[in-house]
Ligand binder design. Structure first.
Ligand SMILES: [Zn+2]
Length: 246
């Protein structure tokens, strides 16, 4: 079962690459055939086998020899690994299905935000749909999830107002729908984890002189990583944290 999920993760990962490339350009993602970005060569089915085509072609276009970004196989492998990881934790359950879609959405957001400094509304809406499906399955807990929609998004909105745009609208919207999906305590944890991770990475990059002190780094990928970690391990982390105060 894990092997099948790994393969499924690679295939969806391949689709994520299409989304990452096309969504910021406003292009259609499902029906348009894939072409080489350099020469326009229309990729055949055997050029589109995740990871393997890249390895077989040694990262070059079959037609013109132009290099293909390592981002493609990395995104496919990352998506596949997250799917297996989720399955190993949640088994055959509705959480597994919803969190796999969530993980793919977070991965897409992370790469797009990293490259373009935007979080597309279409992916935010997609996470919102997942959250509504989850709400239908857990309607008795509706307040737990609805509070999750507001608890972090309002904090970020206040920060955005105080700092006059220091916090992106995309980050706020993403944390609202992610909170509706994972609940108020886990989205607060996700914000904490994202802030810690972002600070550690930011300080390290400044210390290593890879970036300037004033240089802007997108917060989206760190928040997305926080949401992923909190969705998977939130209950354990929060339980452990609360025990410290007993
Ligand atoms: Zn080419």
């Amino acid at each position: 079962m894990s092997a099948l999920i790994a393969i499924y993760g690679l295939i969806i990962g391949s689709f994520i690459n299409v989304c990452i490339y096309r969504i910021p350009k406003g292009e259609e993602v499902v029906f348009t055939p894939s072409h080489c970005f350099s020469c326009g060569y229309r990729l055949k089915w055997y050029d589109l086998i995740p990871v393997f085509s890249y390895a077989f072609l040694q990262g070059k276009c079959r037609n013109c020899g132009e290099s293909i970004s390592i981002q493609y196989p990395l995104v496919e492998l990352a998506n596949s690994a997250m799917y297996v990881w989720i399955y190993l934790i949640f088994g055959s359950s509705i959480e597994t299905v919803l969190y796999m879609f969530l993980a793919s959405a977070l991965l897409t957001i992370s790469v797009i935000d990293f490259k373009h400094m935007i979080i597309p509304d279409s992916i935010v809406v997609f996470i919102g749909i997942l959250a509504i499906i989850n709400l239908i399955f857990n309607i008795k807990l509706w307040l737990y999830f609805v509070v999750g929609f507001f608890v972090v998004s309002v904090i970020l909105l206040v920060i955005a107002i105080i700092t006059k745009g220091g916090m992106g609208g995309g980050d706020i919207k993403m944390m609202a729908v992610a909170g509706l999906l994972i609940g108020w305590d886990k989205i607060l944890l996700a914000l904490m984890l994202g802030a810690i991770l972002g600070s550690v990475v930011g300080v390290t990059l400044i210390a290593l002189k890879i970036i300037e002190r004033k240089q802007f780094i997108p917060f989206g990928p760190f928040l997305a990583a926080g949401v992923f970690a909190s969705a998977l391990y939130g209950e354990e982390i929060i339980g452990w944290y609360l025990k410290l105060y007993q």
